[in-house]
Design a protein around this ligand. Structure first.
Ligand code: NAD
Length: 476
């Protein structure tokens, strides 16, 4: 069957579609999906390595603003008969007529921007987590995807496609460990100082910094390294809760079957242990008030003790992962324990290896083969990180006593808070003098995705951002 005819059928079933998009379908559902990768210094390079030579997919275009990333990326095509076309400007890249879909692994601030331009150009999208840099654009991305039902728009939270987790949550739902009491996401990943510059740094001549800045104003670079360390500056990144965090926030939200944002949020944290150019907290707790089971995210960027970067903290033998607490025990990643801590069941785990394959398969079939691909998952779980960061950003320095009081009397929350303080003390940080920043409890309306009540005006001001001329979100 010719691909145009094949998708034409999905158009007939799905409503608005190919008419609005620009994708030139000429192949068959059995031929390769022609993909382009945008941004390939770290994660994007992994995507290239995974897809070069893969059956059913062909990389036909690349886009990066750094000539060194381009040179390294192109090495992966040595020996390949056909080399990808290379772009620097994402706006030209998404228009490439040979492309069926694009994979976006640029810094967070340009995720939604590039994804929406790709949708407007009629391309399928795989956008890395977090799918958005703020809540308003995340919702716009979901709406854009809904308006183009012929396009498969997915997120990069591959753990959603881990069949073992689905099995484990179904087992919990059968009540084997009693009622679920708390869903916990953990990220104990040590993060060292990114250094402190004394003035603006010159961006290397082989990098187009204007295009790197994308929708943000082009401002002098105030950090040592351009790549990766943007994660810790608010204009570009979302801290570790918005970096590693979306994976475990998503799993934690999945475990308690919450499809929307919570009704309240509070966050506490600080950037402790060094003074550098990073702005985001390195240690941060966030509590999401879901009914009936709350969600707690625990992010620790410092090591277990004494600033010894080789040691990393663990909780129930997990450093990065999820614990679902129940009345009769707990599920820690793929293993279930009873109240006494005896292992009672082990689930398989795939790490979500099928996620990318499912996206490609969906493109070939003209319809999503798995509900896990829905970009709404990406939006809501990125949204949790954004909510926590907003609470933190409207917060104030508070004493440990005030933090304890405001976080609430739930025993497990208080234990975590005590352990959080203990981790800081073990690193020589006195939380009584180097105080934490504590946000207020913010009330969220999950329907409007806006704040209400006390502090709403200030908090709503952080839901959206400005887009530089020439790099606005397209209207879809
Ligand atoms: N799903 C996962 O498991 C996973 C793992 C790691 C990273 N990620 C995500 O991947 C993204 C990239 O992370 P990274 O560590 O590779 O970042 P990085 O800063 O190391 O690399 C980003 C690359 O994108 C390029 N780039 C920047 N702006 C661009 C633009 N406007 N157009 C084209 N190219 C542009 C840069 O030149 C660089 O080569 C992040 O958002 C991160 O959250 C996902």
């Amino acid at each position: 069957m010719r691909r145009r005819a094949f998708l034409g059928r999905s158009f007939a079933l799905g409503g608005a579609g190919l008419l609005a998009g620009g994708c030139d379908w000429t192949g068959s559902p059995l031929t390769d999906v022609r993909v382009g990768i945008c941004g390939f210094h770290g994660k994007g390079l992994h995507h290239i390595k995974d897809l070069v030579g893969k059956k059913g997919a062909r990389i036909v275009a690349l886009c990066d603003v750094d000539q060194r990333s381009i040179d390294i990326g192109l090495k992966e095509f040595e020996g390949e008969k056909v080399k990808p076309v290379v772009y620097k400007d994402y706006r030209e890249f998404v228009q490439d007529k040979e492309l069926d879909g694009v994979i976006i692994a640029t810094p967070n601030h340009s995720h939604t921007l590039i994804a929406m331009h790709a949708i407007a150009a009629g391309k399928h999208v795989y956008v890395e987590k977090p799918v958005s840099h703020n809540i308003v654009e995340g919702r716009k991305l979901v709406e854009a995807a809904r308006k183009r039902p012929n396009l498969i728009v997915t997120h990069g939270m591959q753990l959603r496609s881990d069949e073992g987790k689905a099995e484990a949550f179904a087992w919990l739902k059968e009540g084997h460990l009693g009622k679920v009491t708390l869903s916990r996401g953990l990220n104990y990943k040590s993060r060292e100082s990114i250094g402190k510059v004394t003035g603006p740094k010159k961006v290397a001549s082989y990098i187009d910094y204007d295009l790197w800045s994308a929708c943000r104003e082009v401002v002098p670079m105030m950090r040592e390294k351009l790549h990766y360390d943007w994660h810790w500056q608010w204009d570009y990144g979302n801290g570790d809760i918005g970096n590693q965090g979306p994976h475990q926030l998503d799993v934690a939200r999945w475990a308690i079957e919450q499809p929307k944002l919570p009704k309240r949020v509070i966050s506490v944290g600080g950037r402790w242990g060094y003074q550098d150019d990073g702005q985001t907290p390195n240690n941060q707790l966030a509590l999401f008030d879901y009914d009936p089971v709350p969600l707690l995210f625990d992010n620790r960027g410092l090591p277990l003790k004494e600033m010894n970067w080789k040691l990393e903290p663990v909780y129930k033998d997990i450093r990065i992962g999820n614990v679902v607490h129940c009345e009769g025990g707990w599920l820690a990643e793929a293993r279930a324990y009873d109240k006494e801590g005896k292992s009672v069941k082990k689930f398989s785990t795939s790490g979500g290896a099928s996620h990318m394959d499912n996206w490609l398969q969906s493109i070939r079939e003209g319809k999503a083969v798995s509900a896990n691909l829905d970009v709404e998952h990406g939006h809501v779980s990125a949204g949790l990180a954004h909510l926590a960061n907003i609470s933190y950003r409207v917060g104030k320095m508070m004493s440990p006593g005030e933090v304890k009081e405001r976080m609430g009397g739930e025993a497990m929350i208080q234990e975590t808070l005590a352990d959080f303080d203990g981790n800081l003390k073990a690193n020589g940080i006195d939380v009584a003098s180097e105080m934490a920043v504590l946000g207020p409890w913010l009330t969220v309306n999950p329907e409007t995705e806006r704040f209400e009540g006390e502090f709403a005006e200030e908090a709503n001001g952080l839901l959206d951002e400005r887009y530089r001329k020439g790099h606005e979100l397209p209207v879809i």
